[in-house]
Design a protein around this ligand. Structure first.
Ligand SMILES: Nc1ncnc2c1ncn2[C@@H]1O[C@H](COP(=O)(O)OP(=O)(O)OP(=O)(O)O)[C@@H](O)[C@H]1O
Ligand SMILES: [Mg+2]
Length: 364
């Protein structure tokens, strides 16, 4: 596994150097220790130090055919995704918010860390904190810990992402006052009720940004015999997507794809209200999960949420009209985070900065 951390072209010499490097690390105290926080998201990976976000990149990596060398990481890999030839393999190492391809995840993170921290033979870190979905199993958490342990840090801890998001949104998670946080990311939607630095009630569903996108792809194939790429479906969602048909009803977009029957490139115009129709079922499922979470919530916490409202974050919370739809259907005030793509990362950075204060939320 270690070979994958630093070696871009897997030569024997490089592997040998790595083995030596690891041996040395055991014997020589770290010369310089920095700390970093990582939000390893299904779609976006963010790295920060105690004070600021240092990097934000799509969670993608491209290898050559044999997976011997890395060809691109992050934005660059995302740009060639679905557009390359058979000799390049572009991988999204996370699925549904957790590591699905260990080696690719390790290599991707390693390359991203290299961009923001100059590392040499003896460098290491003081403290690394990573977000992890609340629903992640112990096996999935162990895979994440194993990846992080390759970075030679004196201390390595995890924090569940909804708690980090709450901190990032500026909520006081330590008081005995129920707060509902909904993080609609790329791979997963997590709904939690937080009180006294802990998660009192929790629901997770695998309906989030990626499933919105694949639902759009499926719809075009079924209804118009049109095959569209994942990136085109993402573009439709972001440019003209909406949670309700009337929100953006004058907007439309020309979609380019391939006709299944004729096998030739073709176009189709889609309106915002049609995209709202396509996404309606998925959004209903999220609403049902929110209602269920409220139903099983202890009455005192439910009373707090009635006063505090709901805090909405995660990139998919940016879907036009989603906040208004939730507000109307749930009859609760909905606060949409000002920077929903950054809340988890900002929260982990704050926890890294004040790790003593947030001891209760950190998991070894
Ligand atoms: N304006 C927008 N409208 C709708 N969706 C959007 C918009 N901007 C970003 N998204 C979606 O947000 C998702 C990414 O959000 P985010 O970065 O919070 O997810 P993540 O942290 O990578 O995933 P997860 O939390 O599931 O691990 C993608 O599915 C993307 O398409
Ligand atoms: Mg996330």
């Amino acid at each position: 596994m270690i070979e994958n951390v630093f070696v871009e072209t897997g030569t024997h010499n490089a592997c040998f150097a790595l083995l030596l490097q690891n041996e040395f690390r055991l014997m020589i105290p770290l010369l310089k220790g920095k700390s970093f926080a990582i939000d390893l998201g299904n779609n976006n990976t963010l790295l920060s130090d105690e004070n600021r976000i240092l990097l934000s990149q799509p969670s993608f990596i491209s290898f050559d055919e044999e997976r011997h060398s890395v060809k691109a990481v992050g934005e660059e890999a995302f740009n060639i995704f679905e557009k390359s030839h058979g000799l390049l393999k572009t991988i999204k190492p996370l699925q549904r918010g957790v590591i699905a391809d260990y080696d690719s995840a390790l290599m991707m993170i390693s390359k991203m860390v290299d961009r923001v921290h100059k590392r040499n033979l003896f460098s290491g870190f003081n403290h690394i904190i990573s977000g992890v979905p609340f629903y992640a199993t112990e096996v999935e958490r162990r895979a994440l810990r194993d990846v992080l342990d390759q970075f030679n840090s004196k201390k390595r801890q995890l924090i569940v992402e909804p708690l980090a998001a709450a901190v990032g949104m500026g909520l006081n998670i330590r008081e005995p006052n129920g707060k509902m946080v909904i993080d609609i990311g790329g791979g997963v939607t997590e709904i939690v009720i937080i009180s006294l630095s802990g998660v009192a009630v929790f629901q997770s569903i695998k309906i989030a940004g990626d499933s919105f996108t694949t639902t759009i792809q499926d719809y075009f194939r079924r209804n118009y015999n049109l095959i569209i790429g994942w990136k085109t479906a993402e573009q439709i969602k972001i440019q003209v997507g909406a949670a309700e048909p009337h929100i953006n009803n004058s907007a439309s977009m020309i979609v380019k794809g391939k006709d299944i029957l004729e096998g030739i490139p073709t176009t189709h115009e889609v309106s915002s209200s049609e995209v709202a129709f396509i996404l309606d079922k998925s959004i209903k499922s999220i609403e049902e999960s929110i209602v269920h979470t409220l139903e099983v919530c202890p009455p005192e916490l439910a009373a707090d949420i009635y006063v505090n409202g709901i805090h909405l974050t995660g990139g998919s919370a940016l879907l036009r009209g989603l906040k208004e739809r939730f507000q109307k259907n749930l009859e609760l005030t909905v606060h949409l985070d000002a920077e929903p793509l950054l809340s988890v990362s900002k929260g982990i950075a704050q926890v890294l900065r004040e790790s003593k204060k947030y001891q209760a939320v950190l998991i070894d």
